[in-house]
Design a protein around this ligand. Structure first.
Ligand SMILES: [Zn+2]
Length: 264
């Protein structure tokens, strides 16, 4: 990762236009430095080669803003520079950007079935007991303050059940981070699994990139190997795109050198 090159490629200063995004780009680079320490080798590699994003998607832009968000229509990552230092929200939004740029917003085959299997896995009485206990802990926000990856973890559960919380015999409980049911529905009010997957990949990226290993182990325990491995595999695919691009440009560079030699 070459910080100076990233600044050169992404920083703009246009007083009468888009303004100045320097602080936003610096914040993005700080987050990327954290991602370089990820235990996931594919996320490390994607981060080390982050300069290639501009080659793959030349109009990818960083903006400084009030809120961190990935705007699909503008291929832009807006960055709230006052966000907390955990980078989880920004990592989540950047995860959306990578899913769009590197995997073209694709969804794994049979994702609906994978979600059904994940729910089925969680119905096992022993697993369900551990799951219910944990859900109660995270829904009681005070008790789960020290759980760093709580919010992406909570949002993953929300997407699996397309719900913002659960009905229990003691009353309704709300998840600490969630999307609403309608966020996961299509126009005919059916579950749109593409919307479910989009949040899953962004949340799972945030957990993996920031080494929230405990939350990932719990996902494996509650929802099974298939669910977690499917999400994990997406980073292998993203890294393949990075490697192909890297090889393409290094081969082209070699050819260009040849051409220059002949020209001389
Ligand atoms: Zn999201």
């Amino acid at each position: 990762m070459e910080k100076e090159l990233l600044r050169k490629e992404y920083v703009f200063d246009e007083p009468n236009g888009r303004g100045n995004n320097k602080d936003g780009v610096d914040r993005w680079i700080q987050m990327l430095e954290k991602h370089l320490k990820s235990n996931n080798p594919y996320i490390c590699s994607i981060t080390q080669n982050v300069e290639l994003l501009k080659r793959i998607s030349p109009n990818f832009t960083i903006f400084k803003s009030e809120k961190s968000f990935f705007l699909v229509a503008f291929n832009a990552l807006t960055i709230n520079i006052n966000d907390d230092k955990n980078y989880l929200i920004l990592s989540h939004e950047y995860g959306h950007a990578l899913h769009n740029i590197l995997l073209k917003d694709s969804m794994p085959d049979n994702y609906d079935k994978i979600i059904e299997n994940a729910k089925e896995h969680c119905k096992d009485p022993e697993v369900n007991q551990r799951f219910s206990k944990l859900v109660r802990v995270i829904c009681n926000r005070e008790d789960s303050k020290d759980m760093v990856g709580r919010d992406p973890f909570s949002d993953i559960i929300s997407a699996i059940y397309q719900a913002s919380g659960f009905n229990t015999k003691d009353g309704d409980i709300m998840l600490p981070a969630y999307h609403n049911t309608k966020d996961y529905m299509d126009d005919q009010n059916n579950i749109d699994y593409k919307k479910v997957f989009r949040e899953h990949i962004a949340d799972f990226f945030a957990l993996e990139a920031n080494n929230c290993t405990e939350e990932i182990s719990m996902l494996r325990d509650f929802f099974g190997e298939e669910f977690v491995n499917t999400l994990d595999y997406q980073f292998i695919k993203m890294n393949e795109v990075i490697n192909v691009t890297k090889n393409y440009y290094s081969n082209n560079k070699a050819e260009n050198t040849e051409e220059t030699k002949f020209a001389i």
